[in-house]
Design a protein around this ligand. Sequence first.
Ligand SMILES: Nc1ncnc2c1ncn2[C@@H]1O[C@H](COP(=O)(O)OP(=O)(O)OP(=O)(O)O)[C@@H](O)[C@H]1O
Length: 267
Amino acid sequence: MTEACHDPPLLTLRDVGMRYPTGTTALVGMSLDVKAGEFVSLLGPSGCGKSTVLRLVGGLDSPTSGQIEHHWDAGGRSAPVGCVFQEPTLLPWATVWKNVYLPLRLQGERRSAARPRVDEALRLVGLEVFSKAYPRELSGGMKMRAALARALVTRPQLLMLDEPFAALDEITRFRLNDDLLALWGKRQMTALFVTHSVYESVYLSTRVVVLSQRPGRVVADIPIDLPFPRGEATRSDPRYHELCEQASAALRLAMGEPAAAAAGGGA
Ligand SMILES: Nc1ncnc2c1ncn2[C@@H]1O[C@H](COP(=O)(O)OP(=O)(O)OP(=O)(O)O)[C@@H](O)[C@H]1O
């Protein structure tokens, strides 16, 4: 998928700092490029500012220093960003179909015009037969699929995911990892994925970016050269384990542990 990358980067963070009005400095000197077609994971200790990066990129907050540049394609019908959070945050009183339709409805699109895109998003995540179900009738994994469909329905140029599978059991998580990668390949998307899991970050990504303890900044940028498609064979590939060790060592250093411990540690 790295072949799909081209210049200029879709997203550039240049020396970004973020100090909240409460006085907490979440980010200092954070620089990052994300090229079109990449799958970049942000890995870092709890509270280091990973979600803050997503908030800034999504325009929910403005950095207190530095710049964020986007090179969105302004001509097309696709939205700049789509977001998926750890909680699926579906409207409980609306069917799956209406939940997925919501972003288009908010853009003023009529139901009949939106139907093909909503149906397509549901098909992409394998929920087409549950379109009339209510969130309470879905499993945790299915709710997350619905949240993914809602993020995909606007065909975002950058899909941002904030620990989307953290609350799911391991089997469901592995399955959703594979489904997400299949979608990423099919849609030729660009993804920015926040996770605490070294294994998940290496499995999914073309690059793993490790952040320091708060205030967050990039301390390691690890290209993941595992071939696609990824699957069960990837998890037993010695190169996968080597890269997991490398990411794990970088994370331990980021957390202030000495290099010797970092070199020997697991995820
Ligand atoms: N709206 C806010 N107002 C004040 N402080 C905030 C706000 N949002 C986040 N913070 C603080 O900024 C720091 C970074 O938070 P952030 O949620 O970005 O970290 P994170 O790496 O995503 O954490 P986690 O991995 O635990 O989800 C934390 O100390 C947090 O308390």
